[in-house]
Design a protein. Structure first.
Lengths: 503, 508
């Protein structure tokens, strides 16, 4: 298949974004309610197109800086589906609370494009540009509720720190380029494998790159912006921020660390492990004292970033004599991908419930959930399932993904870190149970039933079914994930070879 | 093996879960349908568990009714190829009585909950989820699923206690149900942290790429590994079994829980802990077990004595039963720790016997509480004059609890004591003293609450309803059956215990 067809989904996404923006100009206010449906139909079409025409295609564009493979396709599908769900869960909220739906959905689709590009990037600068496309869209979306000072504050904070982290990352990339002579993942791996040890300059570059990425995924100690941004942003955007941007950033990190940086795993494994340990500890402890639901979920999502970093740190097994084994790399990579999907489904559901229950944006105190079990048994059930899934309890998908991920990390010799991860996940149960307690035990101030639109009911029903189905029978999803992880080049084919060389 | 036999364990585990899913779609105001549906499902499940007990071939021994389904592949260079995680089910002589116990308590629990009107739909859904988890642990032959079901049985507890439970409120002593529910959850999940760490360590150490207990039993884990990780399993599962000093969740939790949940929790769920120590700990790490058992003996005897003394000093009727559970679970742990055929057999029988007996206790206390709306022992006197049947049930449970010959408690405790005298005679003496203290507090309680002059306050009380009589009657039948004809039970239990002990002598 020629290059144009391979890139068609990306072209179509860009086209769709412009189409939604233009349609906004030429339709009257009455017709504007069809805009989100245009976005959903477009995204659905692009998803179907990608799955049908790109299945099994492997291609590399523009001299290897952009890769179309099973991995990219998997994330393309996941990210577009996330996009669809975010649009669907925005419809009621945007209609009620925000102006300019055209820009909202248009920018949302641009960020989806950024995420999809990120998953295909096989070169540092391409990855950087895709990340910026994603981030700039998010800066705008976070501040979209422009009459709400909190939303403005969140946007400014997020933008300033985001720009700062971009600078860090660019500096790291320049350092790496200067010392390795390339920014392409496959060539980086080759050069790194030939080096006897990393020069100090290279380590600085690596650390800056990791720091930049850690900013984007809100890993401790680079997490300060996250709770404020989550709290201030319109709730559907918070969901998107928590789910979409993290899934995409981890799609990049997984490819970067497994394809490009794996030969020097001995140097960065400990950095990521410490980062993971800090992130899961601070995230889960920080959540304990929160009274605002959105802030609480922000800290909880920081905790989950810690678990994902644990998976990245566990990509290779470093033996005592500093040789590397890549034998169970797939296990860790699969664990990360499974946890991303589990985390995405669960968080979208949780934020959607919150955006329905809390009528006045800006006041999401946890006591507002009181009596939800009587006011709307369905909403309460979905939120209960979400928090239990986040806590990692069966029969929900969060249990399977946590177990799989922790098991993989333990197999890779990081048992101490797994112990910490399991311990912090118990701490998290305490604050998740506070939500349950508000919903089912505390009496409501205002006992009136909550009206839920059919659309929201349908979306939540789907997400709930997904949580339970994947929690009980994850095999179909795992097949897709296996297909994706087989495509990660170094790990898949030449990984064994590399290990052999290093042994 | 017939087709039906190979699916029976799956059906037993799945029916409560499917039942819970079906109930989601029954309108909440049709409580009559929900109740009858729950009772029907529970009855069918109980019948199936009887069938498993009857059809288990104790002469052949070992795991029976086995069946495994591939569930998830785990990529990696495993020595056994890509077996991955399997839903492997099977029962042996230790789990068969436990499965039957769960069936009995489940059905009687549904009947006892007949009067629940506040959000009955949610109650029965959570109750069934809880029991699906319990069955799953007893029949799972795969560590992943064992843990899956173990966690599943913990999840619904919080809501069941915090929503439908009751608080204890004396002037000097306040325990709200929310407090107790949270305490119970955090203790149990802290236990599962230790279990979880041990499980992933077992997986990583074995390098087989599977969690199947049958495959893992072929591995001889290194001595150091066993010495480090056996205590994690022992304490982790021990927390659920009420092991001292991690038992404090159990009286609080049992007291705060609604009657049926107390029955399931004290009757069955605590046995999950003891069962886990046997199935995962002793079975996979016999050498570690052998070395660490003296510690369990030490903690177990504290359980027995401390539980008994605490029960003596309680003012709340339900707390007495709660602490007596701690004391009796101590006997189970002591029996396990002997690693002696008599002691182990006694421990498993005690698990069954205590399960039935405690369920009866909580059912009776629940019946009293429903009528009087208090559990303060000082308020009661001469209740037997108005509640003849309730008092009779309480007497049976009490006598079984203090180990009167003819009741199940006698056989089980006798075996445990015999096992202890063979291995740790001094502890044996202390354990017998513990049983004597049990007699003291049970008889005092009986005398105070049910006999003596009738207090004016309670002269209008009614006796047990037919449905209460029926469900408590089922439990009484099993107490007497095991007490008078222990042989059919011991045959099955011994076949399981023998296999387990062969592993220890093989390893040691």
């Amino acid at each position: 298949m020629n290059n144009f067809t391979l890139l068609l989904p990306e072209f179509l996404l860009a086209g769709l974004a412009f189409l939604v923006l233009t349609a906004d100009f030429i339709t009257n206010d009455e017709r504007k309610r069809y805009l989100p449906w245009l976005a959903v139909a477009g995204l659905g079409g692009i998803l179907a197109f990608s799955l049908i025409f790109l299945w099994g295609d492997i291609g590399s564009l523009y001299g290897g800086i952009f890769r179309i493979d099973g991995y990219a396709l998997f994330f393309k599908a996941v990210l577009i589906v996330i996009g669809i769900f975010v649009v669907l869960s925005s419809i009621d909220y945007v209609k009620k609370n925000l102006d300019h739906p055209g820009e909202y959905y248009g920018i949302l689709i641009f960020t989806v494009l950024g995420m999809v590009l990120l998953a295909s990037s096989a070169e540092l600068l391409t990855a950087y540009i895709s990340l910026e496309l994603l981030s700039f869209g998010l800066y705008v979306l976070v501040g979209f509720d422009r009459y709400n000072p909190k939303s403005n504050e969140a946007s400014v904070k997020y933008m300033l720190l985001g720009a700062f982290s971009s600078a860090l990352m660019l500096f790291g990339i320049s350092q790496i380029y200067g010392l390795l002579g390339t920014t392409r993942f496959d060539e980086m791996a080759r050069v790194l494998a030939s080096l006897p040890e990393l020069s100090p300059g290279l380590i600085v570059g690596l650390v800056l790159l990791i720091a930049g990425l850690a900013f984007k995924v809100a890993a401790v100690p680079f997490h300060m912006w996250a709770p404020d941004a989550y709290e201030g942003a319109p709730t559907p955007v918070t969901a998107y921020l928590a789910v979409g941007s993290k899934a995409a950033a981890f799609a990049l990190m997984l490819r970067l660390f497994s394809e490009a940086l794996i030969p020097s795993v001995g140097d960065w494994q400990i950095i990521l492990a410490i980062l993971a340990a800090l992130t899961m500890t601070v995230g889960n402890l920080g959540a304990l004292v929160q009274t605002n639901v959105k802030r609480l979920l922000a800290y909880s999502s920081i905790g989950h970033v810690g678990y994902l970093l644990l998976g990245i740190a566990a990509l290779a097994f470093v033996r005592d004599d500093n040789t590397i084994s890549l034998a169970t790399t797939h296990l860790a990579a699969n664990g990360v991908m499974l946890h991303i999907v589990a985390y995405a489904i669960t968080n979208i559901a949780a934020f959607l419930v919150i955006s329905v229950v809390f009528k006045n944006p800006g006041n999401e105190d946890i006591t507002g959930l009181a009596g939800l079990g009587r006011r709307s048994p369905f909403l309460a059930m979905v939120l209960a399932a979400s928090v239990l899934s986040l806590a990692g309890l069966p029969i929900f998908v969060g249990f399977v993904s946590k177990f799989y991920l922790f098991n993989a990390a333990a197999t890779q010799g990081l048992l101490w870190l797994v112990g910490l991860a399991i311990f912090t996940s118990v701490i998290s149960l305490y604050y998740y149970l506070q939500i349950l307690r508000q919903m089912y035990v505390e009496p409501a101030e205002d006992d009136s039933p909550i009206k839920v639109s059919k659309l929201t009911l349908g979306v939540l029903g789907l997400l709930f079914a997904g949580m339970v189905f994947l929690g009980v029978y994850p095999a179909p999803l795992m097949d897709a994930i296996q297909y994706a992880s087989d495509a990660i080049a170094v790990v898949g084919s030449s990984g064994a070879e590399l290990a052999h060389v290093l042994d | 093996m017939t087709m039906f036999d190979s699916y029976i364990l799956f059906i037993i585990t799945a029916l409560p879960l499917v039942g819970a899913a079906v109930m989601l779609f029954i309108p909440a105001h049709r409580q009559d349908i929900i109740r009858w549906f729950s009772a029907a499902v529970a009855l069918v499940v109980m019948a199936f568990t009887f069938y498993v007990f009857a059809a288990y071939d104790h002469e052949a021994g070992g795991f029976q009714f086995m069946r495994a389904w591939n569930w998830l592949e785990l990529p990696g260079p495993w020595t056994l190829g890509s077996q991955g995680i399997q839903l492997g089910l099977g029962v042996d002589g230790i789990s068969v009585p436990m499965v039957m116990l769960t069936g009995i308590v489940m059905f009687t629990g549904v009947l006892i909950s007949w009067k629940i009107v506040d959000r009955a739909k949610e109650f029965f859904i959570l109750y069934f989820l809880l029991l699906g988890g319990v069955f799953g642990v007893f029949v799972a032959l795969d560590l992943f699923f064992l843990f899956f079901f173990y966690e599943l049985s913990v999840v619904p507890m919080y809501l069941l206690i915090a929503v439908w439970g009751s608080s204890t409120d004396f002037k000097t002593f306040l325990r709200t149900k929310e407090y107790s529910a949270m305490k119970l959850m955090l203790y149990l999940v802290a236990g599962s942290v230790l279990i979880w760490i041990a499980l992933v360590a077992i997986f990583a150490e074995a390098g087989l790429g599977t969690f199947s207990i049958l495959a893992l039993q072929e591995i001889d884990f290194s001595r150091n590994f066993q010495l480090i990780f056996f205590p994690l399993l022992m304490i982790g599962f021990g927390i659920l079994a009420g092991l001292w000093p991690f038992h404090t969740w159990s009286p609080d939790g049992h007291v705060a829980a609604p009657t049926a949940v107390s029955m399931v929790h004290a009757g069955v769920l605590m046995k999950l802990g003891a069962y886990g120590i046997l199935r995962v700990g002793v079975f996979l790490m016999p050498e570690g077990a052998d070395r660490w058992m003296p510690l369990l003996i030490g903690l177990g005897i504290v359980n027995v004595l401390y539980g008994a003394f605490s029960a003596m000093g309680q003012r709340d009727l339900k707390y007495v039963i709660g602490y007596s559970s701690v004391s009796h679970m101590g006997l189970v742990l002591l029996g396990i720790a002997t690693l002696h055929p008599l002691g182990l057999g006694g421990a498993v029988l005690q698990m069954f016997s205590h399960g039935v007996m405690t369920a009866l206790f909580f059912a009776v206390v629940g019946a009293v509480y429903d009528r009087t709306h208090t559990r303060d022992i000082a308020m009661f006197s001469g209740l037997a004059k108005r509640m003849v049947v309730v008092a009779a049930f309480f007497v049976v449970a009490g006598l079984a609890s203090l180990g009167l010959p003819g009741t199940s408690g006698f056989v089980a405790e006798l075996l445990i004591f015999l096992g202890l005298f063979q291995t740790y005679p001094i502890v044996g003496v202390l354990a017998v003293i513990g049983a004597a203290i049990t007699a003291v507090y049970i008889l005092r309680l009986l005398a105070k609450v049910f006999f003596g002059p009738l207090d004016e306050r309670w002269k209008d009380q009614t006796d047990a309803s037919p449905i209460e009589k029926f469900s408590a009657g089922i439990l009484v039948v099993f107490i007497l059956l095991v007490g008078l004809f222990p042989f059919p039970f011991m045959r099955v239990i011994d076949s399981g215990v023998t296999t387990l002990l062969a592993r220890i002598t093989g390893a040691g």
